[in-house]
Write a protein that binds this ligand. Structure first.
Ligand SMILES: [Ca+2]
Length: 373
């Protein structure tokens, strides 16, 4: 294990232009950044299998088992064929709530079909370094061209429902149309069946898997460790990146309401003010481009000062963000690791209490923050 920097970092960097006008969070504890493993090709997600091993996905189509105590990694065979196109490829990984018993590992990925590509969700049983009996449990139709906005974060809630984010695939108007899966959050049973109490199951013009809609492209989702509430963030078009709390049947506005701007000429998207009574406003947003990916509430013991704070990676600003949370409000924002210039793709609390970060590049490290000794 190689320590990148032993110098304690005490950062209290003001967070720049904020949408939410919040205070800067309290001073951070002393931490060091430690290299866990390296040589990943555009890694996208990690999840812990046990006390010392994590599964890591790489977008070109590789799933690895990484020993975080030694940095050693082994490739898992048996994953599906993925469409490696622009933002597409092998994306998120999640474990079944009863993984110890069922051994189900869930993957999201871009898959090819007639008409283009679509976000797929499937699962296989982990046996050694093989994923056995892989089955697709949902395809977020239709298949469309373009390689962007696959969404793809996977989260099980406390009741065992599987939530899946699906981006608008570059066709913004689909986010307001319930007859397709794009621009939504989906809610599924663990085997892909549609829960009978999903909000649109009785509407003939709607896809019954849809739980919330009006989303652009959500690449972060997690549960609050105490309230169990689902938190999510999504990319805005040119600024206007949002944090939302997806709820059954609600419309989160894209592309009717947005704090973002048109790429073409910078003109505002949506009304001024940027909210409408019939659409849910974000609980927090960034005015200028932020590009959030990965999100977790810190739940470990190593940094008591950070417990239940929300950590998000910023691809565009190349740093880690810590948000203080009070109930369903963001009360503080702080920037960490700005000096690293890392595109942080995913962030998770490890079983050892350290905060693990996956960096996005073609030769990327897995690192962790641990208290300074
Ligand atoms: Ca919105």
């Amino acid at each position: 294990m190689r320590t990148i920097a032993r110098t304690a970092l005490r950062l209290s960097i003001a967070a720049g232009v904020l949408g939410g006008c919040v205070a800067v969070a309290a001073e951070n504890p002393s931490y060091q950044v430690e290299l866990v493993s390296e040589g990943f090709e555009h890694p996208w997600a990690l999840t812990f299998l046990n006390e010392r091993e994590a599964l890591v996905t790489e977008r070109p189509g590789r799933l690895s088992r990484v020993d975080v105590t030694t940095g050693e990694r082994q490739t898992i065979e048996g994953i599906p064929e993925v469409a490696v196109v622009n933002q597409g490829g092998l994306l998120d990984v999640a474990l079944h709530p009863d993984f110890e018993e069922t051994r189900w590992v869930y993957l999201s990925y871009a898959g090819a079909g007639e008409g283009g590509y679509a976000t797929h969700v499937g699962r296989g049983r982990l046996d050694g370094n093989y994923l056995e009996d892989f089955e697709v449990i949902h395809v977020a139709t239709p298949f469309t061209g373009g390689g962007q906005h696959f969404g793809s974060r996977l989260v099980f809630d406390a009741e065992g429902y599987l939530f899946v984010t699906v981006g608008d695939r570059g066709d913004r108007d689909r986010s307001q149309q319930l007859g397709n899966h794009q621009g939504t959050t989906l809610r599924l049973h663990e085997d892909g069946r549609i829960p009978a109490d999903n909000p649109f199951v009785d509407r003939e013009d709607a896809k019954p898997a849809i739980y919330s809609y009006g989303h652009r492209n959500a690449q972060g989702m997690t549960l609050h460790p105490e309230t169990g509430v689902l938190w999510q963030h999504e990319h805005g078009p040119r600024g206007g990146d949002e944090v939302n709390l997806p709820r059954a049947g609600e419309n989160y506005g894209w592309p009717v309401t947005s704090y973002g701007r048109e790429y073409s000429d910078g003109s505002p998207i949506g009304p001024d003010p940027h909210e409408r009574d019939d659409m849910v406003a974000p609980v927090y947003h960034w005015h200028d481009s932020y590009a959030p990916s990965g999100m977790t509430f810190y739940t470990g013991d190593a940094f008591p000062e950070w417990r239940n704070d929300l950590f998000i990676g910023s691809l565009a600003r190349r740093h880690l963000t810590r948000l203080s949370v009070d109930g369903e409000a963001i009360t503080g924002e702080e920037t960490l690791l700005a000096d690293r210039r890392w595109r942080i793709r995913d962030v998770r609390t490890g079983p050892d209490g350290y905060l693990y970060l996956l960096v996005d590049s073609n030769d990327a490290p897995l690192v962790r923050l641990r208290p300074t000794e």
